[in-house]
Design a binder for this molecule. Structure first.
Ligand SMILES: CCC1=C(C)/C(=C/C2=NC(=C\c3[nH]c(/C=C4\NC(=O)[C@H](C)[C@H]4CC)c(C)c3CCC(=O)O)/C(CCC(=O)O)=C2C)NC1=O
Length: 169
């Protein structure tokens, strides 16, 4: 599992090089955004269950067929599994947000996930929609907590979206 700093060190160590201007700029930007990242994590932590619940309601309102007979989130067990997955995405996105790196998502969440989803018939594009709804809710929450620049919040959620949507050839 890597963060912004260890990942940079790894890349420069492989090449046997000292940090150059690019590396220093990226370190600077990581440390400068550090407090905002921690504040964002705090805002998410204070209402994680609420964010997941609200995102679920919004998703099922947009795509009601998911919770109708024949839908993948139909039955209490599968409904709960769906919200649990959303909670995984939110929690790991928060880790990635603090780390300034998406490696934790690749290693702990995304590896093999599409195959699992495909074998269980869990539909990818509604899942991706759920992740995007959570991103928007998180950004609202963080803006309400007083953070002005919330753009960095997109990265982990968009990473999950990109990786899940990628077509297997
Ligand atoms: C921490 C990393 C991690 C992830 C990400 C994870 C996902 C994950 N989701 C699963 C199931 C599932 N995932 C969903 C999710 C959904 N169905 C829908 O229609 C919606 C679109 C969507 C919610 C947004 C559902 C319904 C199941 C149960 C499917 C079944 O058993 O038939 C399963 C199969 C085993 C199980 O049911 O627990 C895994 C492994 N597990 C992990 O350990």
């Amino acid at each position: 599992m890597r963060d912004a700093v260890t990942s940079l060190i790894k890349n420069y160590d492989v090449a046997g090089r000292y940090f150059d201007r690019n590396a220093l700029d990226s370190l600077k930007s990581y440390f400068e955004s550090g407090t905002s990242r921690v504040q964002a994590a705090a805002a998410i932590n204070s209402n994680a269950a609420g964010i997941v619940k609200q995102a679920g309601l919004k998703l099922f309102e947009e795509l009601p067929e998911l919770i109708r007979p024949g839908g993948n989130a139909y039955t209490t067990r599968r409904y709960a599994a769906c919200l649990r997955d959303m909670d995984y995405y939110l929690r790991y996105a928060t880790y990635a947000l603090v780390a300034g790196n998406t490696n934790v998502l690749d290693e702990r969440v995304l590896q093999g996930l599409r195959e699992t989803y495909n074998s269980l018939g869990v539909p990818i594009s509604p899942t991706v929609r759920g992740v995007q709804i959570m991103k928007d809710l998180v950004k609202e929450q963080i803006a309400a907590a007083g953070l002005v620049n919330t753009a960095f919040v997109d990265e982990p959620f968009d990473h999950i979206t990109r990786e899940l949507s990628e077509i297997d050839i």
